[in-house]
Design a binder for this molecule. Structure first.
Ligand code: ZN
Length: 224
């Protein structure tokens, strides 16, 4: 029990991992109330992104028990993942598409009120902070589409490959790409000054969960 249960949506329990609590405190300390606003907005968008995946998966009969928010993003815990390539494709693409749709919806009202400031997000003024609402969704959508399996883009790629070369070989290629991206994230994270610890954590998470899924698929195949 490392998580705080917030609420339940469509029977899916929404939980906050305890380590998440540090994030608003840290951002509040560094950037004041605007920092807290940005972090809460990011996590609302991440939560809605995961919820979109979950509801799409449910259409295919996949059970989703809970969504947990970690400092590096959200995870939807599903029973058996959609295995048919078509279903994995649509379940995976739904999350990023949600972020792009929300960015599209926010663009015109934000542009109306903020004018040119929309293109210069920051935390020096409130208009700049609100500009983040648009950019956060663009970044979330685009970042998740990177083919860094098991991130969304990696799953989409596996689904596309699986239709041609089968699930096992597609997974093997996706896992290898996941590892390459994880190493890249790690290097980029370390080279930034100060080091980008969130990206370094994501690197570890992507590397380990790519290996894990690769193993699971191989085991399942052995058992038949
Ligand atoms: Zn996603």
């Amino acid at each position: 029990m490392n998580s705080i249960r917030l609420l339940s949506v469509y029977g899916i329990s929404i939980e906050l991992h305890w380590s998440f609590v540090f994030l608003p405190i840290m951002f509040g300390y560094l950037y004041g109330i605007k920092g807290i606003f940005v972090i809460l907005f990011v996590f609302s968008c991440v939560l809605l992104h995961e919820l979109t995946h979950s509801l799409k998966a449910r259409q295919y009969g996949v059970q989703v028990g809970r969504i947990t928010l970690f400092p590096i993003g959200g995870v939807a815990y599903m029973g058996i993942l959609p295995r048919r390539p078509r279903e994995e494709f649509f379940t995976s693409i739904a999350g990023p598409l949600f972020n792009f749709a929300l960015a599209g919806l926010l663009f015109f009202p934000l542009h109306y009120f903020l004018g040119h400031t929309l293109f210069f997000p920051g935390i020096r003024s409130w208009p700049q902070t609100f500009a983040y609402c648009f950019w956060i969704n663009i970044i979330l959508g685009a970042f998740n589409l990177l083919p860094a399996f098991p991130m969304d883009g990696g799953r989409i790629l596996r689904a596309l490959l699986a239709q041609r070369i089968g699930f096992i070989r597609a997974t093997r290629i996706a896992v290898r790409l996941g590892h390459i991206f994880a190493i890249l994230f790690g290097i980029i994270g370390i080279m930034q000054s100060p080091p980008n610890f969130i990206l370094i954590l994501i690197a570890f998470f992507v590397y380990l969960s790519a290996s894990n899924e690769g193993l699971m698929v191989r085991e399942r195949e052995v058992k038949g």
